[in-house]
Design a protein around this ligand. Structure first.
Ligand SMILES: C[S@@+](CC[C@H](N)C(=O)[O-])C[C@H]1O[C@@H](n2cnc3c(N)ncnc32)[C@H](O)[C@@H]1O
Length: 287
């Protein structure tokens, strides 16, 4: 792969616009001061967890992508508590990618050579959008009970492969869903068959118990790449509990360099977006 084209390098080229995070407590104070000062401003929601099929418009700066996503609000029997429905953070993350893509936005990020793995995909929106934006290969993952709805969405949202994808697709699917439970050994898993350039995670931290396993998994996935090229981690998260969020950022900071990506006045303070990479991949190593 042309080293200039790695998504890591492209993210790095905008790092001046991001906020460096070095202390979890400070980060939470910072975020929640915006949250509390938002007064009676309502948390924007881009989803409807009652629908069994939802039409989503992902706005790029040039054009929008329209996806029809199947939901199953009854997975686990708890309305809206699981990946059986879309979460707003997945729409926000998808738009950040769309705005930077050449397909729907200003083309700042070329993802045509990017192998993506999504953790905790739920209905799969972020990975599906990355596929439609031309990512080289996208693997969506979640728990076994999510596979049915995820596979339906893969079939619904698969686009005709472009020239480059066609070549890859001849030996390996460029979009597929597979069960992957955080913490499971990565050996023999379809997800690491090719070096992973980017891991995406949308709204997967909703209680403290999840934090160590998710962060360990992020470390394992990033370390599965042995050619020295850093894997970029992009995490979208709805801000709910300050304590849970602090525990997550603290755990993340123990292994990763973390930056917050400002999205917009409407979004920041309710949702947050981070980019991260393993500390051992210092920037000068990549020069
Ligand atoms: C709140 S949902 C978010 C779904 C989707 N990413 C979105 O933003 O719409 C969290 C997802 O994490 C998945 N998840 C939770 N624990 C997991 C684990 N231990 N291994 C794999 N996936 C897990 C759930 O099944 C669920 O799909």
């Amino acid at each position: 792969m042309n080293a200039e084209k790695t998504i890591f390098k492209q993210i790095l080229s905008e790092i001046e616009e991001y906020i460096s995070i070095t202390d979890a407590e400070e980060e939470v104070c910072d975020l929640y001061s915006v949250y509390y000062s938002s007064g009676d401003k309502k948390r924007p929601s881009m989803v409807d967890s009652k629908l069994t099929e939802i039409e989503v418009e992902i706005k790029g700066s040039k054009r929008a992508l329209n996806l029809s996503i199947i939901q199953n609000p009854n997975i686990n029997g708890e309305l809206g508590q699981t990946g059986g429905v879309l979460w707003s953070s997945s729409v926000i993350m998808s738009e950040v990618f769309a705005q930077r893509s050449s397909v729907a936005g200003d083309g700042r990020w070329d993802i045509s050579q990017t192998n993506v793995v999504e953790l905790g995909s739920g209905c799969g929106l972020v990975g599906l959008v990355l596929h439609q934006l031309g990512a080289r290969r996208v693997v969506l993952t979640d728990q076994l009970r999510m596979m049915k709805v995820l596979n339906k969405n893969v079939e619904k949202c698969r686009i005709t492969p472009n020239k480059k994808q066609k070549k890859i697709a001849a030996v390996d699917p460029v979009l597929f869903a597979t069960e992957y439970l955080w913490g499971k050994p990565l050996e023999d898993m379809a997800i690491t068959k090719e070096p992973i350039d980017m891991v995406v995670v949308s709204d997967c931290v909703y209680h403290e118990g999840i934090v160590p396993l998710l962060v360990k998994t992020l470390v394992d996935v990033c370390r599965s790449r042995t050619d020295g090229v850093p894997t970029a981690v992009v995490i979208g998260q709805e801000l709910r509990s300050d304590l849970v969020h602090q525990a997550f950022v603290e755990a993340l900071l123990s292994s990763f360099v973390v930056y917050r990506v400002p999205v917009s006045k409407k979004i920041d303070g309710f949702y947050t977006l981070y980019v991260a990479w393993l500390k051992e991949h210092t920037v000068d190593k990549q020069g």
